[in-house]
Design a protein around this ligand. Structure first.
Ligand SMILES: [Zn+2]
Length: 139
């Protein structure tokens, strides 16, 4: 029987891509600096994502509040989206009868692909979040 020697392909550093020519076969980084920098970049990406979501929630809230301040409770989806509203970014939703009521903090609304309607702001918002969590499905 012929002996076939398995060639070990050197793993590459997850951060810089350099070949890792020494150490355990499951080693992921070529050096401590690469390990630290790779983990820091993952944390930075997570924080950047959270910042983008929070900024969009804030933009959505401001747009809904502007509609309410104008005295209306309905706006066409195309109009509010063109102003920067992102329908998929919200803080809560719950079934009310046969409708789903969405929430952006203390502003609640219903929506179809064509409009956002029945927009209202909760009065006397309780700072006790546990009350909301029991009655709503918070995302
Ligand atoms: Zn490296």
């Amino acid at each position: 029987m012929k002996y076939v020697r398995k060639l070990r392909t050197a793993p590459r550093c997850l951060h810089c891509g350099e070949k890792i020519s020494y150490g355990r076969s499951d080693k992921k980084y070529c050096c401590e600096d690469c390990r630290v920098e790779h983990n820091n970049s993952l944390v930075r990406e997570g924080k950047a994502f959270r910042r983008r979501v929070l900024a969009q929630l804030s933009a959505n809230y401001d747009l809904l509040a502007t509609v309410l301040q104008s005295g209306a409770d309905t706006i066409l989806m195309a109009d509010i989206v063109s102003m920067g509203f992102a329908p998929s970014v919200l803080t809560s939703y719950r079934r009310v009868g046969k409708h789903i009521e969405y929430g952006c903090f203390d502003i609640k609304y219903r929506m179809t692909p064509f409009k956002i309607y029945s927009i209202y702001k909760i009065q006397n918002v309780s700072l006790n979040l546990h009350v909301d969590i029991e009655t709503e499905q918070t995302l």
